[in-house]
Design a protein around this ligand. Structure first.
Ligand SMILES: NC(=O)c1ccc[n+]([C@@H]2O[C@H](COP(=O)([O-])OP(=O)(O)OC[C@H]3O[C@@H](n4cnc5c(N)ncnc54)[C@H](O)[C@@H]3O)[C@@H](O)[C@H]2O)c1
Ligand SMILES: O=P(O)(O)OC[C@H](O)CO
Length: 344
């Protein structure tokens, strides 16, 4: 039986700890904040990030990184994406080459434009690395509500081992070798979820949100394919699957932040009002930078980046998107699927 250590006890790190512990595995959960650690030890509950769900007795909570890393077969990184580089640097001295590293964070690092697995590989080049990404809200996974997800790794052996470890009757894990596609889908859907929230906040309807979601996945796939991903991955759980759940769920922090912005709150006000991470904000900057670098057309991302960082007015952004040059819906696939119109 594998020993698991989860570094980061936000909602998702804690939910995975609970899911794995319910399976009978020994889990150590690293808690950064000492005050929260005390509460979690006493109440056996993460009252800040996952209230209402008890921690099984086989989860050991600790603030000691060395204690958490040593003897683990699998180290799971559960911090937000902006903290992954620091976290890997901090744990590197306690890690052996044969320990598996699984990343849960969804994001693309600003400026370096690295995917999370690339950051991990930079510091731990010999370790088996996998990423887990899919339509999974912590609040539901922690309560054993049936959910599905995807594990990706460059190596089938690694993906299958992590699949077996995380799979439960309530958490169905698929594997996919397209690590670029899985990471890009999981990271960039957060930008579209902010947009879906803005649309809801403006009082627009289901048509508007569905248009954003459908055209959103087109531009996510366009960037992903340019970075080496497979188009088909964006039709899967880490693509449209995660996009659907994040754009429609009451649990989504990205969507909730978007709603508040659509209702007129400033971005600063919205981000200051929650302890929880709104990944889409930083990711919009990285995606915008990537679209410029690779010369990829990403109109929705560009407008959302503009709203978040350049003071764009949300209603004007909607109008800019609606009045762009007319085009063919399947423009991206035309080379692969030539279009033949009938004459007259
Ligand atoms: N919440 C979900 O349902 C869910 C589901 C799938 C993926 N994710 C992804 O998992 C990652 C973690 O999200 P979450 O929802 O658990 O976050 P959260 O907002 O619930 O908690 C954030 C956690 O990160 C810690 N943290 C913040 N800054 C840190 C730093 N600089 N160094 C170390 N730790 C730091 C906080 O102490 C806290 O434990 C994100 O990338 C998110 O997109 C979340
Ligand atoms: O709450 P959000 O918006 O960060 O989304 C959480 C997960 O990524 C959903 O799969």
């Amino acid at each position: 039986m594998s020993k698991i250590s989860i570094i980061g006890s936000g909602s998702w790190g804690t939910a995975n700890a609970i899911s794995l512990a319910n399976k009978g595995l020994d889990v150590k959960l690293w808690v950064r904040n000492k005050e929260l650690l005390e509460i979690m030890m006493g109440k056996r509950e993460n009252t800040t990030y996952l209230p209402g769900v008890k921690l099984p007795s086989n989860i050991k909570v600790s603030n000691d990184l060395e204690y958490c890393c040593k003897e683990a077969d699998i180290i799971v990184l559960g911090t937000p994406s902006h903290a992954v580089r620091d976290t890997v640097q901090n744990i590197k001295k306690y890690i052996n080459d044969d320990q598996y590293i699984v990343n849960l964070a969804k994001g693309i690092e600003n400026d370096s434009l690295c995917r999370m697995s690339q950051i991990i590989e930079e510091y731990l080049p010999y370790n088996p690395i996998a990423v887990l990404s899919g339509p999974n809200h912590a609040e539901e996974v922690a309560r054993n509500m049936p959910s599905a997800t995807v594990v990706s790794s460059k190596y089938k052996r690694v993906a299958e081992f992590i699949q077996d470890t995380f799979m439960t009757p309530w958490f169905r894990v698929y594997i996919n070798p397209d690590i670029v596609g899985v990471e890009i889908g999981g990271a960039l859907k957060n930008i579209i979820a902010l947009g879906a929230g803005i649309s809801d906040g403006l009082g627009y309807g289901d048509n508007t949100k569905t248009a954003l979601m459908t055209r959103g996945i087109v531009e996510i796939a366009r960037l992903g394919v340019a970075m080496g991903a497979r188009q088909s991955t964006f039709n899967g759980l880490s693509g449209v699957g995660d996009l659907f759940v994040t754009c429609t769920s009451i649990h989504s922090r990205n969507r909730r932040a978007g709603i508040a912005i659509g209702q007129g709150k400033s971005v600063e006000e919205v981000l200051n009002s929650t302890k929880m991470v709104v990944e889409g904000v930083r990711t919009s900057k990285s995606a915008y930078q990537l679209s410029k670098k690779l010369n990829i057309e990403m109109p929705i991302t560009q407008e959302i980046y503009g709203v978040l960082f350049q003071g764009f007015n949300v209603k004007e952004s909607v109008m800019k998107l609606m009045t762009r040059n007319k085009t063919h819906e399947m423009e991206d696939l035309m080379e692969k699927e030539p279009i033949v119109w009938k004459d007259a």
